[in-house]
Structure formats: structure tokens, C-alpha cells
Design a protein around this ligand. Structure first.
Ligand SMILES: NC(=O)c1ccc[n+]([C@@H]2O[C@H](COP(=O)([O-])OP(=O)(O)OC[C@H]3O[C@@H](n4cnc5c(N)ncnc54)[C@H](O)[C@@H]3O)[C@@H](O)[C@H]2O)c1
Ligand SMILES: [Zn+2]
Length: 372
């Protein structure tokens, strides 16, 4: 088992471990008892994972004398809403869960974000444990303490920072993860490589077949290397103001694609498209070395990820979606861009992100990489 610690320096008690290994669900009760003791556990999951692992987890907790109840909601990004958050909270209140309870988020990024937000707000906040089951959740969404829901105005616009007490990534659960979801997770892994580690990008290129075949060693390397990078960037954010913004590479365009595609595109697919576009933008702005965009496109393509905007996507709609995001952030549309594979651009004046002229963004989107 690999153990990686996420240090939270402003509040040392808030630091937590990420456990990565095989067969960890069997050890879950003891890990949870040690890191997140509670009188009762609300195991929150979605309808897919509930069937696969929900009962198993609740039974294991019971067998270890830890009282637990399962709370399921229908799977799908379109259910990452205030309504789901409210329904789960109401059901926990009806079952009289008290301040001495804790939440277990068992599932992909959607479950992690909603269940984390329930934990952040339930009776003004109760502790929680992330048990990510998708590759994307293991390497990205379960770490960093961002929780929340989507609203009609945009993705993740309501939420809270709430750090988990522990993250348990059992690699065995990836055996049931559909291939398209594995690829969607790899998109975030490519992002981690581009922002911090050229060798890791080379690994993802070289071991494409092994990762796609869910080879145990390959997946373990992907999960641990990505977790290390994300944990490092999140921790470094406090020292190098704003470095966390580099994790947004591919997400300015990606979120706009998600918003306009109305859930027809997975999050990981949308950010693959986003990275392909933003890497082009970085070259157009002469921020990135030539060839950077082609290399990024190549690795994403190898995993069967889309690079072109989804068919009816109109440039005007995408720009409007980015502007909406901008209003939410009370600033201009900004991009976190690579200067090379493994290194992000940083400017003494503007920090880790740059504003790009709208005309240039339009040009890059209109010449959507896949159309060439
Ligand atoms: N909080 C953050 O920092 C952060 C970071 C990145 C992404 N996110 C969010 O994460 C979400 C995307 O996460 P996701 O890609 O995990 O989506 P998801 O949670 O919808 O999971 C994808 C699908 O796979 C299924 N699934 C998950 N694990 C499975 C398993 N082991 N076996 C079989 N099926 C399984 C789910 O039921 C779902 O149908 C987005 O909402 C995104 O905004 C949050
Ligand atoms: Zn993402």
C-alpha cells in the first residue's frame, strides 16, 4: 500500500493521508475507525456503485461494529445538483444522524463532490472520508477538498472547501470501470504530466496499452504519480500564491464545452478537447515551445480521447460560456498555459494565468484541432 500525505500548513490537524493499494475495501473499517472515528456513518453513493460496492462496504462496517447506512442517488453528472444535496441532507436528518456522524463518499467525482458538500454543510459540517472509485476521482477530484454542485449558471458554482480525513483508493474497484471512463481519467493524468513532469507524460505515451488494459502496475503508477503531483501543487499553493490555478489547464475551454454540450461529453473528454485547444493557444501566444500542442494531442489521441469540439458547438456559445464563468470569478477570461511539456508558464506580473485576446481565442476554437 502506498501512503501519500497532503499537508495543510495553515491548520496542521487538517492534513490527511491518501492510501493507494489493492484490496483496500477489506481494510476500510479499520482505516476509517483510525482516521475518522464517528458514532454512525452515512455512506453516500450513486446508483451504479451502490449496486457494485455499496452493500459490501456497509456490511463490512457493520461487521466491524461501525453502524452505517447507505444513501443512494441516481448516477450521472446531471444529478450533481442542489436538489440531490438537499434530498441527501433531508434523508440524513430524517434518519436522525447527529453531529457525531461522518460521511463516506463512495464513488466517482460526482459522488465525491456532492457527498463532500453534504458533509461540509450537514449540521454546519461533519467529517468525511473519500472512497473514490473512478480513475478520475482517485487521481483528481478526491484530493484538494473542493466540494460542490452544478447550477444552471455553470459548473461547480456552489460549494465549499472541506478537507477529507482520509482518502482510500482501492485499485481493485477499477476492474469494473468502463473503458471510456478510464480514458476520461487519463485526461487528468495527462494534465498532471503537462503541468509538472515530462517523464510522466512519456510514461503515459509508452504504457498506453498497459493502462488501457488496466494492468495493475501501470494503474498503480498512474494513480500514485498523479496523486503526488496534485498533492504537491495543492500544498505548494500556500507558498507560491495561485499555483493551484495550473491545475486548470484545459479547463477554461473544457468547462465551456461541458456547459454547451449539455452532458453529452464526459468531464475528462471535455478537458481533453480543452487541453488540445489551450495548447494551441499557448503556441499562438508564443508562450509554449513549438511542438508542445502536437505532443499533447498525440498522447490524448492514443487513449481515444476526442480533440475536436462536439458537433453543434458554436464558437459564440463557447465564448459566452467562458464569459459566464468569468463573471462568476469577477475577472477576465484567463488561461493556465504550458510553456513546455512538464512546465507551466509563469509571469512575474500576472502569475500563473494569462489573459488572451478574444479574437485569438476565437481563431483557435474555429480552427478546432480535430478539424485539421
Ligand atoms: N472536486 C474537484 O477538485 C474535482 C476535480 C475534478 C473533477 N471533479 C468533478 O468530478 C466529476 C467527474 O467525475 P467522474 O469522471 O468520476 O464522474 P462520475 O462520478 O459521474 O463517474 C463516472 C461514471 O462511472 C461510474 N463509476 C464510477 N466508479 C465506477 C466503478 N469502479 N465501476 C463501475 N462504474 C463506476 C459512475 O457511476 C458514473 O456513471 C465532475 O463533476 C467534475 O466536475 C471535481
Ligand atoms: Zn478536471
Amino acid at each position: 500500500m502506498v501512503k501519500i500525505r497532503v499537508p495543510i500548513s495553515e491548520h496542521r490537524d487538517a492534513s490527511y493521508d491518501i492510501r493507494i493499494g489493492r484490496g483496500l475495501l477489506a481494510e476500510l473499517p479499520e482505516l476509517v475507525r483510525a482516521a475518522c472515528p464517528a458514532a454512525r456513518y452515512a455512506v453516500i453513493t450513486d446508483s451504479h456503485i451502490g449496486k457494485l460496492y455499496g452493500e459490501q462496504v456497509v456490511t463490512r462496517l457493520h461487521d466491524a461494529t461501525l453502524p452505517a447506512e447507505l444513501f443512494e442517488f441516481p448516477a450521472g453528472e446531471w444529478n450533481k445538483t442542489r436538489e440531490t444535496w438537499a434530498a441527501l441532507s433531508d434523508r440524513m436528518l430524517a434518519r436522525q444522524f447527529g453531529r457525531d456522524c461522518a460521511v463516506l463518499a463512495l464513488g466517482g467525482g460526482v459522488v465525491g463532490d456532492v457527498a463532500g458538500f453534504v458533509a461540509a454543510t450537514y449540521l454546519r459540517g461533519v467529517p468525511y472520508v473519500q472512497v473514490p472509485t473512478s480513475l478520475l476521482a482517485m487521481i483528481d477530484s478526491a484530493i484538494g477538498g473542493k466540494t460542490g454542485v452544478d447550477v444552471p449558471a455553470g459548473k461547480n458554482l456552489l460549494g465549499a472547501f472541506h478537507q477529507p480525513r482520509l482518502v482510500i483508493a482501492d485499485l481493485d474497484v477499477l476492474t469494473s470501470l468502463p473503458a471510456v471512463q478510464v480514458a476520461a481519467g487519463v485526461a487528468e493524468a495527462v494534465k498532471h504530466g503537462v503541468i509538472a513532469d515530462a517523464d510522466y507524460v512519456a510514461f503515459l505515451e509508452r504504457e498506453c496499452r498497459a493502462v488501457q488494459a488496466k494492468d495493475a502496475g501501470a494503474l498503480e503508477h498512474v494513480v500514485s504519480r498523479s496523486v503526488e503531483i496534485k498533492a504537491e501543487v495543492v500544498a505548494a499553493d500556500e507558498r507560491e500564491a495561485g499555483r493551484r490555478a495550473t491545475l486548470n489547464f484545459g479547463h477554461t475551454v473544457g468547462h465551456a464545452v461541458e456547459a454547451t454540450a449539455k452532458f453529452a461529453v464526459l468531464h475528462g473528454e471535455a478537458i481533453a478537447i480543452g487541453m488540445a485547444c489551450e495548447a494551441r493557444l499557448a503556441e499562438a501566444l508564443e508562450i509554449a515551445e513549438r511542438g508542445t500542442a502536437d505532443r499533447i494531442r498525440g498522447v490524448l489521441e492514443g487513449y481515444g480521447l476526442p480533440l475536436a469540439l462536439p458537433e453543434p458547438a458554436a464558437v459564440d456559445d463557447l465564448i459566452a460560456a467562458m464569459q459566464l464563468d468569468k463573471k462568476a470569478r469577477a475577472g477576465t477570461v484567463r488561461f493556465a498555459l504550458p510553456r513546455a511539456i512538464g512546465a507551466m508558464h509563469r509571469d512575474g506580473k500576472t502569475g500563473w494565468t494569462v489573459a488572451a485576446p478574444e479574437a485569438l481565442v476565437r481563431q483557435v476554437l474555429a480552427g478546432s484541432p480535430g478539424k485539421q
